[in-house]
Design a protein around this ligand. Structure first.
Ligand SMILES: [Zn+2]
Length: 313
């Protein structure tokens, strides 16, 4: 895949739980876009060394597409060992400063993110240059309010976080970003159509290679957004299922009965179920969602009553 990328850019594709990371090198140092979930930080350090020969002493800067824990979880670990700066969007800088457990997807989502502080923030329209690659910051809001993409016009390259994936839609959490989040996500995708992109590197999954494939991906995602906007029940169940899969991946293996009881008590489930499915019992709703994930083989049930995910963490 790296054949498609400039020689001083390394793409590290990771599993579902951890965002992908992208390195941009110059002769003596490198910049890292996104750092995965915190449990994977030591593994990311090892992968960087294996793939590029770089140690964290060479890490000059972390840049985050947005501040969800699966994109920023490694920030604190990597900064501690490198003394690097951290750049987020201006809005994300404000969110981090607020410590809000809901919009940051931390306690409310039952996810962890070791504390970090951005040293600098950027706005859409500003540029960020490193290793001979000049990136323009592009509005990517929707999936999260402060999300940004990074576009390198000379290389026709886009780092697009959770705005655009090759397969599927990253989702907008209904109770957090609301319908306005879906609308913003569509607007951000429409904005991408004005850019000349030959390769888009998403926050999860493989790169999207070729102008046509990027276009198709944008159109497909907009269709999904419009469908979800018209079907609030499907929007909510899609989001709840994404949380369930994420938590199975975090815990690796869960006892189904205990897991259902834990989810039923968690704010991400309780509050969204109360809003979107007020007439359904929590346990029945969770069992239905789990059964659907089992039917689709996203989850796998074992004889001892445990569940695992078929997806690679
Ligand atoms: Zn995200």
């Amino acid at each position: 895949m790296n054949a498609e990328l400039p020689s001083n850019i390394t793409f590290l594709q990771r599993g579902v739980l951890h965002s992908n990371s992208i390195l941009v090198h110059d002769d003596t140092s490198f910049v890292l876009f996104d750092t995965g979930y915190y449990t994977g930080a030591p593994a990311l350090e090892r992968t960087i060394l294996e793939r590029t020969g770089r140690t964290l002493g060479d890490l000059a800067l972390i840049v985050n597409t947005h501040v969800h824990p699966d994109h920023t979880g490694g920030n604190a670990y990597l900064q501690e060992r490198s003394g690097c700066d951290i750049v987020t969007s201006e809005i994300d800088g404000m969110l981090v400063e607020s410590g809000d457990p809901v919009t940051l997807m931390r306690d409310w989502a039952d996810l962890r993110c070791p504390a970090f502080q951005p040293s600098r923030t950027v706005r859409p329209g500003e540029t960020l240059a490193f290793g001979g690659v000049e990136f323009t910051v592009v509005d990517g809001s929707g999936h999260s309010a402060g999300e940004v993409s990074f576009y390198a016009p000379r290389h026709k390259l886009l780092i697009c976080g959770d705005l655009l994936w090759q397969a599927g839609f990253s989702n907008v959490v209904p109770l957090v970003e609301g319908v306005a989040g879906l609308a913003r996500h569509e607007r951000s995708l429409t904005g991408l159509k004005t850019l000349d992109v030959d390769i888009a590197i998403p926050g999860h999954g493989p790169p999207i290679v070729g102008r046509e494939a990027v276009r198709e991906g944008i159109d497909r995602t907009i269709e999904t957004i419009r469908f979800l906007r018209s079907r609030r029940d499907r929007w909510a169940t899609t989001s709840l299922k994404a949380f369930i899969v994420m938590h199975v991946l975090v815990e690796e293996r869960v006892m189904r009965r205990d897991f259902v009881a834990r989810c039923a008590r968690s704010p991400w489930f309780r509050e969204q179920a109360a809003r979107f499915f007020p007439d359904d019992g929590a346990i029945a709703l969770l069992d239905g969602l789990l059964d659907d994930l089992l039917t689709r083989r996203v989850l796998c049930a074992h004889e001892d009553g445990t569940l695992t995910s078929t997806l690679h963490a």
